[in-house]
Design a protein around this ligand. Structure first.
Ligand code: BEZ
Ligand code: FE
Length: 278
């Protein structure tokens, strides 16, 4: 049997032909697009073998840096704007509903449950005291009682507890009351860099970018019958709002953190959840 020679032109269609029997239709669609785009990328860039190997080494290193605590691949997706693109394509907000943004790598499962009014900051050195309050409602303005608010933030040193190997701090889970209200104490968010001592940090530097995120507080809000909402509240006037390293800022999520005379900052926000489609 004559062995076929795959010309540069025919190689892509031959690879696509090889996956023709993929049973799972979604996997077939994903793999087809992946092969087409990857081949188109190589055709456009024309990497030398050394450059291609450099790319492979970069991905290998990214894998080696990734652990349960350090998600270098999530960081790559975030800093290349892919996480926000996936979010934008999936979380379409209906009128009045709160906008979503990136999850990021610092959420922890099983954060401590607190009563309303609790302080999620355990150490005086965590930062400037701050009081946050608001409501959880649906798009018709009805209060959502018993909504679970999973909240997390970094400290004034720009680090999350998990980055320091610390016990749970600056994070907690609260429930909205019968009128959909919540309030808790925390510290006023500060800007900080995304982890940048690994391959993603090198990529940022090499492409002339800074690694900073503007000051923000994370929320993951879930309630029965409603779509989960993963979002942040950003501090109005904060640094880097216009050049967030992970493209997560949306104007609707920027709010005032008012400076009180007692040294306590206060902020308030009314979250609006969308109903789950039946
Ligand atoms: C964060 O806000 O915690 C975060 C989000 C994306 C990448 C790195 C950090
Ligand atoms: Fe964050």
């Amino acid at each position: 049997m004559a062995i076929r020679r795959f010309s540069e032109k025919k190689l892509t269609s031959e690879v696509l032909h090889r996956i023709r029997e993929t049973k799972n239709p979604r996997l077939k669609q994903v793999m087809t697009a992946y092969i087409k785009h990857l081949h188109a990328f190589v055709r456009e860039v024309k990497p030398t073998p050394d450059e291609w190997m450099q790319g492979i080494q970069f991905l290998t290193e990214t894998g080696h840096w990734s652990t349960g605590k350090r998600q270098e691949f999530i960081l790559m997706s975030d800093t290349l704007g892919v996480s926000m693109l996936v979010d934008a394509l999936n979380y379409k907000t209906s009128a009045g509903a709160t906008e979503s943004t990136v999850l990021g790598p610092f959420h922890r499962e099983r954060a401590p449950a607190y009563p309303l009014g609790a302080n999620i900051s355990k150490h005086a050195s965590d930062g400037q005291p701050c009081l946050v309050s608001g409501t959880v409602r649906d798009t018709a303005g009805r209060p959502v009682a018993g909504a679970k608010l999973d909240i997390w933030q970094g400290g004034a040193d720009g680090l999350y507890d998990s980055q320091k190997g610390d016990a749970m701090n600056l994070r907690g889970v609260l429930r909205s009351d019968a009128r959909g209200r919540f309030h808790f104490r925390c510290v006023k968010p500060e800007f900080y860099p995304v982890p940048n001592d690994g391959p993603v940090g090198r990529m940022l530097t090499a492409t002339g970018r800074h690694p900073m995120r503007p000051p923000h507080l994370h929320f993951w809000i879930t309630a029965k019958g409603h779509k989960p909402l993963i979002t942040h509240l950003f501090v109005k006037g904060g640094k880097y709002l216009d050049s967030d390293a992970v493209f997560g800022v949306k104007p609707e999520l920027i709010i005032d953190f008012k400076q009180g005379k007692d040294g306590v900052a206060t902020a308030s926000y009314d979250f609006v959840l969308m109903k789950n489609k039946k």
